[in-house]
Design a binder for this molecule. Structure first.
Ligand SMILES: Cc1cc2nc3c(=O)[nH]c(=O)nc-3n(C[C@H](O)[C@H](O)[C@H](O)COP(=O)(O)O)c2cc1C
Length: 200
């Protein structure tokens, strides 16, 4: 295995989940992937900073996987960033622990893709809404990769979710085996368009 992937998963109501339940069902079985459910690990938000820093330091691709909540992530991810990305460790003159690693999101939305544009009901693109994360990655010398998107969770068919699951697993497997240069995805609006426009 050439690379290691850390999936930081956050879903505050996972027992009610349909889309993320399917997308994540095999991830803990894949060698080279550490699947880390933040709400399960920290129901009281009592995040173990040193343990999380150790996890980040020992993986090559860091994935924030979550449903879109109020144009952002569920709140534990903000708490995680506030606590774990310490000055002198993640950023600042002496902070180089994350340098050269890759950061991306896997995001499911209730709304359909066409609503995320200037003329649409949500007015902004996902790319625009994720700029705080992109800049956070830049401050920490992480290579920011565009997200893997699953839109329209209220109406998406189960078969389509399965297609996304397989595509995402294959993407991870290719990266784990060293067959994917993630820099090729930089500058795209999302990575699934590049992998296979038909699955969107
Ligand atoms: C508190 C809350 C906030 C949400 N905010 C958004 C949002 O800003 N944009 C959006 O498209 N969907 C939003 N949704 C819908 C969720 O993203 C959607 O239910 C989820 O992606 C479905 O995935 P699941 O089947 O794994 O639960 C929100 C849902 C909740 C409960």
């Amino acid at each position: 295995m050439e690379n290691k992937i850390l999936i930081l998963f956050a879903h505050p109501a996972f027992e009610k989940s349909r889309v993320n339940r399917t997308l994540t069902k095999n991830l803990h079985k894949i060698e080279g992937i550490t699947f880390h459910d933040l709400y399960e690990a920290y129901p009281d938000f009592d995040i173990d900073i040193k343990k999380e820093q150790q996890l980040l330091a020992t993986h090559d691709l860091i994935v924030f996987h979550h449903p879109f909540y109020w144009y952002s992530s569920p709140s534990i991810i903000k708490e995680y960033l506030d606590l774990v990305l310490e000055h002198g460790w993640a950023y600042g003159h002496e902070g180089h622990a994350l340098e050269g690693k890759y950061l991306m999101h896997v995001i499911t939305t209730g709304a359909k893709e066409e609503t995320y544009c200037a003329q649409g009901r949500n007015h902004y693109t996902i790319e625009q809404l994720l700029t705080p994360m992109e800049q956070t990655a830049s401050m920490c010398n992480l290579n920011y990769i565009p997200p893997y998107m699953v839109y329209g969770s209220f109406s998406i068919e189960q078969q389509k979710i399965e297609e996304h699951r397989k595509q995402l697993e294959n993407f991870y497997l290719d990266f784990l085996n060293g067959n994917l240069n993630l820099k090729n995805f930089q500058g795209e609006c999302d990575i699934n368009t590049v992998l296979n426009p038909k699955t969107k």
